[in-house]
Design a protein around this ligand. Structure first.
Ligand code: NAI
Length: 267
C-alpha cells in the first residue's frame, strides 16, 4: 500500500533515514515512505541512486563509517531537530561456503550487515523522540541454516542486535523490529545462479518470488504508528518459506505417492 493509508497513519513529515536506498528494496522503501509524506533521507555508499526515490533526499553514506554517521546525524539535528525512524536496510552478501570462506570476508560482511546497523542506531537513537521506530532488514537466512556462512551468521547477529536494541530503547519509547525477506527480485538476487531462484520458488508455498513493494509496505507499517505496540518482533515476508521448516518437499513427495489422505479440493 502506498500513499493515502500510510499518510493517515501519521507518516507525514516524519524524518526517516533509509540505508542502502540507491536501489532494490531500500529504494522501494524510500518511495513508499516519501509517497506517504515522510521526509526521507535515502543513504547509500553508491555515488548516485540507480532507482527512482520518489522525492527522497539522497545522501552518500557508507554505513560502516562512524564519522559519516556522525556528520549525517549533526546535519539532521540542525535541519529537523530530530529523526523519527531509521531503516537499516543496507546489506551485502557473500556466497562462499564454510569450507572456503575467507575470515577477511566474514569481517567485511559483518561490518556492513551488523556494525552498520549498530552505528545507525548509536547515532540516530539520541535524536529520536518517543514514538520513533527502527526497522532492521534481516533475511530468511537469519531464521535458517543457509549456506553462505558470512551472510547467514551476520543476519543472525543482526537479530540479536535488534532484540538488545528493543530492550534498551523501549523505555525511551523507541520501537525496534526486524523484517525477514524471502527471495525478492533485486540486483542482489539477480547476481545469484538461476538455480538459486528456482530452488527458492520451489520452497515457497506462495509459489513465486516477492517484490520490493511487498517488503516496503511492511517496512512502512512498522515505521508508522499503526504498529505502535510492536517492538522486538520479527516478521518474515517470505511467501511462507520459513513457516514450513523444510517440510514442503516432504509434503509434496507424500502427496504424490499417498492416496489415503486426499488433499483439499481447491479451485
Ligand atoms: P541490493 O544489493 O540490490 O541493494 C543493497 C544496497 O545497499 C545497494 O544500493 C548498495 O550500494 C547498498 N550498500 C551496500 N553496502 C553499503 C554500505 N557499506 N553503506 C551503504 N550502503 C551500502 O540488495 P537488496 O536485495 O535490495 O537488499 C536489501 C536488504 O535486504 C539487504 O540487507 C539484504 O541482505 C536484505 N535481503 C535481501 C533479500 C533479497 O532476496 N533480495 C532477501 C533477504 C534479505
Amino acid at each position: 500500500m502506498t500513499g493515502r493509508g500510510e499518510a493517515q497513519a501519521g507518516l507525514r513529515n516524519r524524518v526517516v533515514v533509509v540505508t542502502g536506498a540507491a536501489r532494490g528494496q531500500g529504494a522501494a522503501e524510500a518511495r513508499h515512505l516519501a509517497a506517504a509524506g515522510a521526509r526521507v533521507v535515502a543513504a547509500d555508499v553508491a555515488p548516485e541512486p540507480e532507482d527512482d526515490l520518489g522525492g527522497g533526499r539522497y545522501e552518500r553514506l557508507d554505513v560502516t563509517d562512524a564519522a559519516g554517521w556522525s556528520a549525517l546525524a549533526e546535519r539532521l539535528h540542525r535541519e529537523h531537530g530530530r529523526v523519527d525512524a531509521l531503516v537499516n536496510n543496507a546489506g551485502i552478501t557473500w556466497r562462499a561456503r564454510i569450507g572456503d570462506v575467507d575470515p577477511a570476508d566474514m569481517e567485511r560482511v559483518y561490518r556492513v550487515n551488523v556494525v552498520g546497523p549498530l552505528l545507525g542506531i548509536q547515532h540516530c537513537a539520541p535524536l529520536m523522540p518517543p514514538g520513533s521506530s527502527i526497522v532492521n532488514v534481516g533475511s530468511v537466512a537469519a531464521l535458517t541454516g543457509h549456506v553462505p556462512v558470512a551472510y547467514t551468521t551476520s543476519k543472525w547477529a543482526l537479530r540479536g542486535l535488534s532484540k538488545v536494541a528493543a530492550l534498551e530503547l523501549g523505555p525511551a519509547g523507541i520501537r525496534v523490529n526486524t523484517v525477514h525477506p524471502g527471495y525478492i527480485d533485486t540486483p542482489m538476487t539477480a547476481s545469484a545462479a538461476p538455480a538459486f531462484r528456482r530452488a527458492n520458488v520451489a520452497e515457497t508455498p506462495l509459489g513465486r518470488t516477492g517484490t520490493v513493494d511487498e517488503v516496503a509496505a511492511l517496512v512502512a507499517f512498522l515505521v508508522s504508528d499503526r504498529s505502535s505496540y510492536l517492538t522486538g518482533a520479527e516478521i518474515p515476508v517470505d511467501g511462507g518459506m520459513t513457516a514450513h521448516g523444510g517440510v514442503k518437499s516432504i509434503a509434496e513427495a507424500i502427496h504424490a505417492t499417498d492416496a489415503p489422505h486426499p488433499q483439499l479440493r481447491l479451485p
